[in-house]
Write a new protein. Sequence first.
Length: 366
Amino acid sequence: MPETTVRYFNGTMAGAPSLANTAGSLISLLDACLVDGFGAVTLDSLAVAANVATATVSAGHNLAMVGETGPVVRISGATPSGLNGDWRVTITSTTTFTFATTGISDQTATGTITAKRAPAGFSKAFSGTNKAAYRSDEVAGTRLYVRIDDSATTSARIRGYEAMTDVDTGTGLFPTDAQISGGLYVYKASAANRVWALVSDGRIVYFFCDASGNGQYVGGFVFGDLASYVPGDAYGVVIIASGSASGAHSLHLVSSTSNSYLARRFDSIGGSLPSARYTHAKSAYLGSGGDLYPAPTDLALHLWPVEVWDNTETSRGLLPGCWNPVHLYSSSVGINYGIHEVNGRTLVPQVTNNYRGVLDVTGPWR
């Protein structure tokens, strides 16, 4: 069956929430992408033939392929019930999409059947006025908490917790107040309808937002489980965001620990500690410095993994699904790598602070 853990969302998709300079805007967006899904439509029919289900929406399903990868769609209300659930679909026209099934005989499903973009797989564990704490549903992961305080207009506060009892109370904070009082920042929007994208495999979230609307200095945050080198790493959780209520940040990949923290060190001793990220020595930032693009040797896009360290001392694991293009880039060059298909995976470029990263939107990441 096709891989379904990785889900990709952006603000241009039908039914997507907007990101604006209003309190609660970021939480509404995260609710839609992480917990609820969006863009629901009612199917006119859902028919199975030779282990392929074909859905028809005469008014248009408003879904699209990203390269060769289709969206993950949640089907509900169908009989037989085996058709309900999350499926990686293939878009065959503006009114039809298909997905592979097994064990369901040829038939036309009955019921009031709906389809929507499936959420990434998190629960909203606690909430308050313009506040929320989210937690992965994946039992194989760490299931640590990320708390968002979205009470301000242009920026929100973000930090991780090992345990929580309500939206304002918890233990095992990362970062601690001693490291940065009140936690990190997400500079979300200086005006309405800012460009954003979110990619997740249900255990880590990459969120990007063009808060200033200039198409260059794109910030956001990262939160979730590393692809850790430590078996059963209960605290291999990274948070990366901004240290300021204004401006943007990138995923800084130099020998730097600024605005990046892990819940605990690799041996589970202690608490919150700074975290460095390293990649190819030619790169000062994600997607800066290095070879020409395309590479003169093979006319290809060259990518490098991103490694996360405990402070600057011990390698901990990789940022799953995130790749560093080892190519020259500057705002004057304006490289757009475009969508690439590599080993059956769709790779999508993403602006990060005037440079470019690459996200795998197919998966799996682990």
